[in-house]
Every structure is written in structure tokens, then in C-alpha cells.
Write a protein of this length. Structure first.
Length: 196
């Protein structure tokens, strides 16, 4: 499926990483690319190797007209639910852009309320360069945070599973209970801390 770009000169792409994990923030990124400094090889961050993502992250953060991050912390996710927290994190990413975009393209099937025109693009991280760039920036940022959390709580294996509910993570959660970084509204965490 080909994507038809809107008629606007400053287009920001927005994507999120971390809706599924049981731990940590949901991280969003917004990126406005520079047409005069093209970046080769942009793709959905999930389809790239870690090494390739890291290299593209450096190139995006150096060559983009501007980029920014937004986030919603575990307490906000627990309070709002994951969908509303993700929308809030996306709003924050767009608000944090040093240059205001004319148009925003968002990965997925819904848009947060924004002060400019926006469009949701299903599978946008594979169709729209700006969204691909945002997905890479968000994923590398969140993966680095999980590596840092792994230093604090090595027994949970966060660097490997990035907080997703793998068999290993669930086993450790049952054995050790939850950290303060876990999302207490998510069922496996609720079970682990006995809030059934």
C-alpha cells in the first residue's frame, strides 16, 4: 500500500514504543526530517537489528530538522490506562518539538488531540519515513532505559526482554514481586503484588 503525503512542508512523524511491557514508561518520539539531508534505510524499528537501529538513531538525531521525546510514566499509565497514557505521551512529544509542524502523521489507528492537523496511518512505521524515524528514536531511547533499569535490578533481566511479559519476566515477578517501575494496573503485575 502506498501512502500519499499531505500537502504540507513541515511534517512530523510520531510513534510510540512500550505499550505492551509490564515495566517502565511508554516512550514516544516526534521527528521532522530535513528533505535536504536524506537518511537511507529508514524502516519500522522492529524490523531492524539493534546495531542498525543505533546507527540510524545517531543519523536521525544529527540530520533531522528537529526531534523530541514524550513519555508517560508507570504511575500515569496506571491512572489513565495505557491508551490514554500513550496519547498523552504523543501530545508531549509534539509539544516538545522546537519547530512546530504544520501536519502530524501518527503510527496506528487513532490520533491524540493536537493543535494542528493530524492523521493516523496504520502500519505507518513501514510506510512513512518520518514515522519510521520516530519509531527508531523511541525504541532506542526506551531500550537504553531498560538497560539502565537492568543495572538497578539485574535479577529481572530487563536488558534482555525490555520489560515485555516473557516467561522469564513473569517467573521473576512471581518470585521477587514488583519493582516501583512496574505498571501496577497490568494483570500479571497485579497478580504478583496480590492486588487481585
Amino acid at each position: 500500500m502506498e501512502f500519499i503525503y499531505p500537502q504540507a512542508s513541515l511534517i512530523a512523524g510520531v510513534d510510540e514504543v512500550g505499550r505492551g511491557p509490564l515495566v517502565g514508561a511508554v516512550v514516544t518520539a516526534a521527528v521532522i526530517l530535513d528533505p535536504l539531508r536524506p537518511i537511507v534505510g529508514l524502516a519500522d524499528s522492529k524490523k531492524l537489528s539493534e546495531k542498525r537501529r543505533e546507527a540510524l538513531y545517531l543519523e536521525i538525531t544529527e540530520k533531522a530538522l528537529c526531534w523530541s521525546l514524550g513519555r508517560a510514566e508507570p504511575a500515569e499509565i496506571d491512572q489513565l490506562n495505557i491508551l490514554h497514557a500513550t496519547m498523552l505521551a504523543m501530545q508531549r512529544a509534539v509539544a516538545n518539538l522546537p519547530i512546530s509542524p504544520e501536519y502530524v502523521l501518527i503510527d496506528g489507528n487513532r490520533c491524540p488531540k493536537l493543535p494542528m492537523s493530524a492523521q493516523a496511518v496504520i502500519k505507518g512505521d513501514g510506510l512513512v519515513a518520518e514515522i519510521s524515524a520516530a519509531s527508531i528514536v523511541a525504541k532506542v531511547t526506551r531500550d537504553r532505559e531498560m538497560a539502565e533499569l537492568d543495572q538497578l535490578f539485574p535479577e529481572y533481566g530487563f536488558a534482555k526482554h525490555k520489560g515485555y511479559p516473557t516467561a522469564f519476566h513473569l517467573e521473576k515477578l512471581a518470585q521477587l514481586g514488583a519493582t516501583e517501575h512496574h505498571r501496577k494496573s497490568f494483570a500479571p503485575v497485579k497478580r504478583a503484588i496480590g492486588l487481585k
